[in-house]
Design a protein around this ligand. Structure first.
Ligand SMILES: [Zn+2]
Length: 269
């Protein structure tokens, strides 16, 4: 494993940790997660490589960190497709840039949208990876690393990002509450609330979480009056969940919920 940057001892510790954690070598494929997630991780790693803060790197406060995060660090190069793909001329240009000593950073970092490299560009990149310039790091962002040449892949460590969590399913009970909440029939609302009053407290609290999720997701798309009227319910739901934490009876909570709903409806009439 190759460490190309020169560091203070503290920084070296941190960098070593990151190597352990990310298997960071001079060339790293970042895959998994979303495109935005890979870009973000590439920025974090690049900032860590350039940061002045030692063990805390990336601090995101020092000048090098801020330059990296803002996209204006002179020793960080982004290779993005010109048109549909990254062509060989871009990779050759990168090689020229990387051969020069860093302007102000600890090292030079190339962040490459590797999915977009065409075959010629990959071969040109392979040449650089085989004989990397001093103090150069490569972060290859790839949704599908299997599209890269095996010879390119073999030169890189791989860091797989976690997939983004699937959006929580609010559940059928929360959906029924939401539907009743938005209906004009108060009796529907009372009935749904009554049907839940025998639930255990933790289960009822989860259902209310689902209702809040639905309110937060759906209300902005409704008219202003509806959004205001039911938006105020969210705070009351949170208060009721606090009551459940302290073992208030589910029946009482369902009753209070029903009353809060009725009050919100009267407020708007
Ligand atoms: Zn920093």
């Amino acid at each position: 494993m190759k460490k190309n940057c020169s560091h203070t001892a503290a920084y070296e510790d941190n960098y070593a940790l990151r190597i352990t954690h990310y298997e960071l070598s001079h060339a790293l494929i970042l895959t998994g997660g979303t495109e935005a997630g890979r870009e973000e991780e590439a920025k974090n790693l690049t900032a860590a490589l350039q940061c002045d803060a030692g063990r805390e790197a990336p601090c995101k406060i020092c000048l090098p960190c801020r330059k990296v995060m803002g996209g204006g660090h002179p020793d960080v190069f982004f290779l993005r497709p010109e048109g549909k793909e990254i062509v060989v001329a871009q990779v050759r240009g990168l090689r020229t840039d990387l051969r020069l000593a860093p302007h102000e950073g600890r090292c030079k970092v190339a962040v490459i949208r590797a999915d977009a490299l065409n075959a010629h560009a990959q071969n040109a990149l392979l040449n650089i990876l085989e004989e990397p310039p001093e103090r150069a790091h490569f972060l290859l962002l790839a949704e599908n690393p299997s599209l890269l040449l095996p010879t390119v892949r073999s030169r890189c460590a791989v860091r797989r990002l976690q997939e983004p969590p699937a959006e929580t399913d609010p559940g059928p009970e929360a959906a029924a509450l939401m539907q009743a909440l938005l209906s004009d029939n108060e009796w529907t609302w009372v009935q749904v609330c009554l049907s839940m009053e025998k639930r255990p407290c933790d289960e009822l609290s989860r259902i209310l979480d689902g209702l809040v999720l639905l309110l937060v997701r759906d209300l902005p798309e409704r008219d202003v009056l509806t959004a205001r009227r039911f938006g105020s319910i969210i705070d009351q739901i949170r208060t009721l969940q606090d009551m459940l934490e302290f073992n208030a009876g589910a029946g009482h909570v369902c009753g209070a919920l029903s009353t809060a709903m009725a009050a919100a409806r009267r407020m708007s009439n």
